[in-house]
Design a protein. Sequence first.
Length: 608
Amino acid sequence: MTGTALRSTALAVLACILIATSVLSGTQFSSAMFTAQSSNASSTASAAADWTPPAVDVVDPGTGLKDSVFISANALDGETGIATVVLQVQATGGASWTTLCTTTTTPYRCSWNTAAAVDGTYDLRAIATDRAGYTTTSAMVRTTVSNAFGVTLADPGEVLRGNVPLSATLQNISPLGVYSLRFEYAVAGSDNWKNVPLCWNLVAPYSCTWATTGISDGAYDLRVAATRLLTTTYSPVLTDIIVDNTAPAVTMIDPSTPLSGTVTLAATASDSGSGVATVALQYAPNGTSAWTTICTPAQAPFSCRFNTTTLTRGAYSFRAVATDHAGNVTTSAIVANRMVDNTISSVSLEDPGAYLAGTSALSVNANSTAGVTSVTVQYAPNGTTGWAAVCTLTQAPYACAWNTTTLADGLYDLRAVLIDGTGKQTISSVVSARRVDNTPVRGIDVQTANTTGIAGRLDAGDRMTFTYSKAMMTGSILPGWNGAATPVTLRLRDGGLLGAGSAGDTVDLLVGSTAVRLGTVNLRGDYVKSGKTSTSNATMTAATVTVNGAPVTVVTVTVGSLISGGALRTATTANTMSWSPSGSATDLSGAACSTAPVSETGALDREF
């Protein structure tokens, strides 16, 4: 074998090892450009010189742009360097981008003649490509063009309460002009405009205070009108602003008495206006006001586990404090005189989850003043008394693994039994109706990706991907579908409409009025305004990829233009979304997909 052939063979073996390592380490998707190559007549192996895409962002040029202005970008690639930076612009909500320039050297900037554009709101972005061929598209930067006279209303926020400051700015005013401004509001979508009280006939500095308590709670549109002589100019309308001056309703659920070990504390809360933002669960020694917050859940169910062994024996009070997105606060009635007593044996089993598969971790909290001799975790078919042992533990931590694959799929109850040093037996509360589901066909991941839009906001170009554990019959997901690009409607609904709370906004897909059999995705965040539904055009495709040596189906949904609703929010909180697959989807052999929820893998982030 020649030296060239030896080198080529060695590179091919190395490439195979790298590929095998990638597959064995889990789901891996790479779009690396290969830049170094060695070949002979029978084999080719390549090595990537640059595996990292460049970083790029647009420099915010401010607002009220006029005449010719420079649009600039920052771009960096620490490996092969930047090859090109493309600067683009489009009218906000437009369907296509216009390239301002393509530049190859720093400073990455070009001139934009805004006089040739219609006054209004525009989005800017930059696309950087490094010398290895990797491309990164920046987040959008929003600006306004104002070459003629114009008036702009400062955004007062998406949710308002009480006295709200309003302000406006004039652009390109005539030095001889005297302008009078008035702020106007209308029920959202009605176009029935009314003057904001005490906010009309204003002169510079064009600001006032809106007493929102003078109108009913609800969604409103807001604008400002500027009049000079007999000519009136209106600002762009700010739509679907929520006015909410009503505090939420909240009730602390009685945790019962006496309390010992680890217990679940919970409250119910609702808010028909802006939605419940948080519910703080608190305790205090009975008869005092020394309240301590145990937890602050941000979405239903508003509950958490509380280890009472951290408290001294005695009587305690419990309450819940609910805050809505407008900042209105309600404190529940106090549940008083609940005894905490851990001087006796206490045992509680942590809930392992509603769906169990494979090997599930079971954990028990156990205490006894007489000492803990053993803790036995038991299971039984739901609603029966045929208890069988999972494991028996003699020392803390009281935890073990349960191999659910030895059981038939179905509902099971779980409990823990403590034996103390005197031989006395204490049985925990039952964790009931936990579903064992070892169906081989299931969802394994769900992801979202922002491309050209605002991070944390559903925009055209954003993507959602659904990964199954097996190759799927695409026609079971959508009748007649072969996986090719097909139009669908993406529906984003406020979680409050579905009983999931304001931070439970949910996505599903439709063809006409029929649901696509992908299931639903709870975004675990606030992406659309309270009580609103937004629909967008979208395109759905399916592909078969290899994960851990096996073929699986990945469905990709690419968001298109807005159809109706709007009222979109930009989420600021990282969260882990959850996909509930449809049981109507089947694999190639006809086996139905598990409906067990699938949590997004990877680092905690905002969606879209």
